[in-house]
Design a protein around this ligand. Structure first.
Ligand code: ZN
Length: 316
């Protein structure tokens, strides 16, 4: 089933205007609730219902793996953050949680700056947590040690944070992902990634989203980032499922399937049953982006969506 392309009269407009136009429509239909910060929204009833139904669809497909179900909060251990390469590759996207740790005198000084409308953020100190940049990151440090025979399969869902304020409704600063992670041998991890490239496509196509798998092009930071980018593309480790939301030329990734080699196994001392460094792979579905793609493709009112799509999602 392929219901795209839907005709959008605004495709000739500059991209920023298209983003703004779609955002206005979403807010007008109470799908998104603005907060005054670009990329941070509340969600309305129908938007949330679509996310819940798609999430349930993904859970049903993932159940065939008989995964462990685990949930982590959207903040994670700063010491664990220091063991991954995020600070080197994506410093501009990080979120660090700070708090006040001074005494009475420092409090008075901070309040003075606060009341004079000066910058009081320098009075804060780093807490023991960072915002979680990817929802599978907290899993790996919890898996330190030896995996059971056959490795592990884990179902994760939660919020990730990326500081990239944008008028593009699909570029949220905080959003939910549903992931299935595989920890095991290189063959097991690679098979998981490839299985989900096929299954992910089937899931998206079943709800009328004509995604294509493409080799990922992550926004690695700065001069060192050019090398990382080349390595990622050369090794074809990560595939993204892309679909046009506001732009045919710049389609949006609404999911990805990623083979991490032994990156997390080596960083966190995870070993396979026979003592080798574990490899890992994860597939992730970007829940808000999927909802945005669905509303863009099928229209802003779910009751007008094609019957097949409503049935697959169980929208009634
Ligand atoms: Zn992941």
């Amino acid at each position: 089933m392929c219901l795209y392309p839907t005709e959008h009269a605004d495709l000739a407009m500059p991209i920023e205007e298209r983003y703004r136009g779609y955002l206005d429509e979403l807010v007008g239909h109470r799908h998104l609730v603005p907060t005054g910060v670009p990329g941070v929204y509340g969600r309305g009833t129908e938007f949330e219902r679509v996310i819940e139904r798609f999430d349930a669809l993904v859970t049903r497909h993932g159940a065939a793996l008989a995964p462990e179900v685990m949930r982590f909060p959207p903040i994670f251990n700063r010491k664990h953050y220091a063991k991954i390469d995020h600070i080197r590759n994506f410093p501009d996207l990080m979120g660090s949680v700070h708090t006040f740790t001074g005494g009475d005198r420092e409090h008075r000084e901070m309040l003075g700056r606060f009341e004079r409308d000066e910058d009081w953020s320098r009075d804060l100190s780093a807490s023991e947590v960072m915002m979680t940049p990817a929802i599978c990151y907290p899993l790996y440090p919890s898996a330190t040690g030896t995996l059971p025979p056959g490795g592990r399969r884990v179902d994760l869902q939660g919020y990730a944070f990326r500081h990239e304020p944008s008028v593009d409704p699909a570029r949220m600063q905080i959003f939910r992902m549903h992931e299935f992670v595989r920890l095991g041998t290189p063959d097991e991890a690679l098979a998981h990634r490839d299985h989900w490239i096929t299954l992910g496509q089937e899931i998206f196509h079943s709800v009328g989203l004509p995604t294509q798998p493409v080799v990922a092009n992550d926004p690695f930071f700065g001069r060192g980032g050019k090398v990382q980018k080349a390595i990622q593309r050369e090794q074809n480790l990560k595939y993204e499922f892309v679909v046009p939301i506001c732009s045919e030329e710049k389609p949006t990734a609404i999911g990805s399937s990623n083979y991490h080699l032994d990156h997390f196994g080596a960083a966190f001392g995870i070993r396979t049953h026979d003592g080798a460094v574990a490899h890992s792979a994860c597939v992730g579905f970007g829940l808000e982006r999927v909802a945005l793609a669905l509303f863009r493709t099928h229209g802003l009112e779910t009751r007008a969506w094609p019957r097949e799509v409503r049935d697959v999602l169980g929208l009634g």
